[in-house]
Design a protein around this ligand. Structure first.
Ligand SMILES: Nc1ncnc2c1ncn2[C@@H]1O[C@H](COP(=O)(O)OP(=O)(O)O)[C@@H](O)[C@H]1O
Ligand SMILES: [Mg+2]
Length: 287
C-alpha cells in the first residue's frame, strides 16, 4: 500500500470540509502505537475520573454553538445537556438545519463548542490540545457518514486496514481485524473489491467496518442510510444492532429513517437548538 499517496486526506479545509472528514475517517494524525488504550470497555486511567457521572461515556452540559456567518451570529445549539452511558444505542431525529450534524461534529471533536462542557471518557474536550483531540478522534471515535468516503484506488480490505496502519498498528493485527470486521458486516466474499466494484449498501458496510477497526468506544453515524434504498437501509440497521452487541460500541445515529429511529432503545429529537428525549419504549417492528 502507498500511504504516501494519502496526502490529500490530511485536514486542509475547515472542520466541515470533505477533506477534514476523510482525514478523520482514515486517522491521518500521527499516533503512538498503543492499541490496548483503545480496547472496548477500557476504563479511564487512574486519576482520570469521570467529570459527570461515573457511568457516563459522554457528558454534555450547557453546550451552545454559534456560527458567525456574513457578519451575523447564527445560534445553532442553545444549551444541550446529555449523558450517554457506555454501550448505549441512540438515535437523533430533527428537521434539516436543526443542528444534528453540528452536534455530532462537536461530540466527534471535528468542531468545538462555543460554550459549555463536553466530556468524553472522563476528559473535558475543551481542555484538550489539538494533538490530544486527534488521538481521541482517531482511536476512540468512529465515523460513518451519508457518503462513504472510501478511497477508490484501494480494496475493501485495504480501506478498512488503512486507519489501523496509519495509526501504526502491526500489519498482521490490522489485517486480522479488517478481515474479521468485513466478515462481520457480511462482506467475506468482497475483500479484494474496490469501492467502484461494490453496491451502495456494500460500500456503506465497508465504511462501517473501517469505522470500527480501532474498536472505538463511540460510533457517530450521520444519516448512514440516507443514500440507500429501504431494504438495504434495513440490513444496515440490523448491522448496527449486531455490532453494538458484538463489540459493545456506543452508537449515536442521526437519521431521517423513522424505522431506525423508533427501533433504537433511546431516541432524541433536535429542535430549536435543544435536545428532547422520547421516553416511550422502542418499537422493534416499526416501519
Ligand atoms: N460552518 C458553518 N458556518 C455557518 N453556518 C453553519 C455552518 N455549519 C452549519 N451551519 C448552519 O447551522 C445550521 C445547522 O446545520 P446542521 O448541523 O448541518 O443541521 P442538520 O444536520 O440538522 O441538518 C444550519 O442552518 C446551517 O446552515
Ligand atoms: Mg446534517
Amino acid at each position: 500500500m502507498y500511504l504516501r499517496s494519502l496526502h490529500f486526506s490530511r485536514r486542509r479545509e475547515g472542520p466541515r470540509g470533505a477533506a477534514a472528514l476523510v482525514g478523520a475517517i482514515v486517522s491521518v494524525a500521527p499516533l503512538d502505537p498503543d492499541p490496548a488504550a483503545s480496547e472496548v470497555g477500557s476504563q479511564p486511567a487512574a486519576g482520570e475520573a469521570c467529570v459527570a457521572g461515573a457511568e457516563a461515556l459522554i457528558s454534555v452540559r450547557g453546550l451552545t454553538k454559534v456560527f458567525l456567518h456574513g457578519g451575523r451570529e447564527l445560534q445553532v445549539l442553545r444549551g444541550i445537556d446529555l449523558d450517554v452511558g457506555a454501550g448505549e444505542l441512540l438515535s437523533i431525529v430533527g428537521s434539516s438545519g436543526a443542528g444534528k450534524s453540528t452536534f455530532l461534529h462537536i461530540l466527534g471533536t471535528l468542531d468545538r463548542a462555543s460554550a459549555g462542557v463536553v466530556s468524553f471518557g472522563g476528559r473535558r474536550l475543551n481542555e484538550l490540545g489539538a494533538g490530544q483531540l486527534a488521538a481521541v478522534r482517531n482511536r476512540e471515535i468512529g465515523f460513518v457518514f451519508q457518503f462513504h468516503h472510501l478511497l477508490p484506488e484501494f480494496t475493501a480490505l485495504e480501506n478498512v486496514m488503512l486507519p489501523a496502519l496509519i495509526g501504526r498498528l502491526a500489519r498482521a493485527e490490522a489485517l486480522q481485524r479488517a478481515e474479521e470486521l468485513l466478515v462481520e458486516v457480511g462482506l467475506a466474499e468482497r475483500l479484494s473489491h474496490r469501492p467502484g466494484e461494490l453496491s451502495g449498501g456494500e460500500q456503506q458496510r465497508v465504511a462501517l467496518a473501517r469505522a470500527l477497526v480501532w474498536r472505538p468506544k463511540l460510533l457517530l453515524a450521520d444519516e448512514p442510510t440516507g443514500n440507500l434504498d429501504s431494504a438495504t437501509g434495513h440490513s444496515m440497521h440490523e448491522l448496527f444492532f449486531a455490532l453494538n452487541e458484538r463489540f459493545g460500541t456506543t452508537m449515536l445515529t442521526v437519521t431521517h429513517n423513522p424505522e431506525l429511529a423508533l427501533r433504537m432503545p433511546r431516541r432524541l429529537r433536535m429542535s430549536d437548538g435543544r435536545l428532547t428525549e422520547d421516553t416511550g419504549p422502542p418499537r422493534p417492528g416499526a416501519v
